[in-house]
Design a protein around this ligand. Structure first.
Ligand code: NAD
Ligand code: MG
Length: 335
């Protein structure tokens, strides 16, 4: 009783001082003075159907793996918008494909939430990666650049070892890198191309997780990037779609295996998101110009719009989420 009474008095006092602080800020800011705690933080309502560019998009093609800086429009990864609040303070994260797309959005958000971040990417993506490292450092965190090709088991092992050494440990692994190329017919798909997709999307996460596991303590999180393709495969993504079904499956299997060790495993299933993967062979030009136009939101998603999901899945606030796939597809497609 006494403790409750003390607590409620403390809550009243802190609530009061927050109101006073907000009221003081309001008087400085003028007309729109906020009167309740939290009001000053509220972002203005924004309509998701008009928040970002809509199709038709410009037809454009880059050689694989593509650069985000050369896309038109340049994707939004939250560079100017993501605000952290210490949700991942002191955490150490390794993100594959951290130079662009969803991996870059996660890297920026993690750093602004207080995590040190290592990113992996292909050497051809150095220009994109440099920008991400600068953004991580601007957030006051350690940013580690670890380029290399994930199709090589020895490299995957070295990548994890280097990340652990340079970050001083590891407690978040985001296995996000992937290869996606369209082929109209299974007859056009060579064994070499099939193998490239399998090595990048299925073998690399297997090698990375095996290497990371001995370093992951209870409370750590593994996050995979799956896709709506896992459950609703496109005709021209025969090889890619099955790797995403494999990703969803490994998340659910490993969650059962690692849950008892206190390590959570979850996945994100994006729909059509505006990233280099799509302009470097991942989509046909025909589907690129109307990308995401048939979703209820009427446009492609931007990587920044998924950053909060990657944060949530690493955050202890979601400590009972395990073995889940979180969709982000504008209302079309299943996780
Ligand atoms: P992206 O091109 O920005 O990111 C993919 C990254 O994978 C590249 O930046 C590259 O660094 C990395 N990569 C590819 N092959 C590699 C290799 N052999 N070695 C090392 N790194 C390699 O595109 P994105 O769309 O942000 O892709 C991120 C994840 O999102 C992927 O798993 C993809 O399958 C998934 N996804 C994307 C969409 C979409 O519409 N963009 C939809 C569903 C799922
Ligand atoms: Mg890239």
């Amino acid at each position: 009783m006494k403790k409750d009474a003390q607590l409620s008095r403390r809550q009243v006092i802190s609530g009061l001082s927050a109101s006073l602080a907000v009221a003081a800020a309001g008087s400085v800011l003028g007309a729109e003075a906020a009167t309740r705690p939290g009001d000053a933080m509220a972002a203005p309502l924004s309509d998701p159907t008009t928040a970002y560019p809509k199709p038709p998009y410009k037809s454009q093609k880059q050689p694989w793996p593509g650069l985000t800086s050369q896309m038109d429009p340049v994707p939004d990864h939250g560079e100017k918008s993501y605000k952290g609040s210490g949700r991942l303070k002191g955490r150490k994260a390794l993100i594959t494909g951290g130079d662009s797309g969803m991996g870059r959005a996660a890297a920026i958000a993690y750093a602004r939430e207080g995590a040190d971040v290592a990113i992996n990417y292909l050497p051809a993506e150095e220009a994109d990666a440099k920008e991400v490292i600068a953004l991580i450092k601007a957030a006051g965190q350690k940013g580690v650049a670890l380029p290399g090709d994930l199709r090589d088991e020895a490299f995957c092992q070295k990548l994890v070892a280097d990340a652990v050494r340079q970050l001083g440990g590891l407690d978040i692994l985001v296995s996000n890198a992937a290869r996606q190329q369209t082929h109209e017919s299974i007859l056009d798909l060579t064994t070499e191309q099939f193998d490239w997709t399998m090595k990048t999307n299925i073998y690399a996460p297997f090698w990375l997780i095996k290497a990371a596991l001995p370093h992951l303590k209870p409370g750590s999180a593994i996050i995979g990037t799956s896709s709506v393709q896992a459950t609703e495969p496109s005709a021209n993504l025969y090889d890619y779609a099955q790797t995403k079904a494999a990703t969803t499956s490994f998340v659910r299997s490993l969650a059962k295996q690692l849950g008892p060790k206190g390590i959570r495993v979850n996945g994100v299933a994006p729909g059509p998101i505006w990233t280099p993967l799509q302009v470097s062979g991942g989509a046909t030009q025909e589907s690129l110009v109307k990308f995401g136009g048939d979703t209820p939101l009427g446009r492609a998603g931007q990587p920044a719009e998924l950053a909060g999901i990657y944060v949530l899945l690493a955050d202890p606030l979601a400590s009972y989420a395990n073995g889940q796939i979180y969709g982000s597809a504008g209302g079309d497609g299943l996780p």
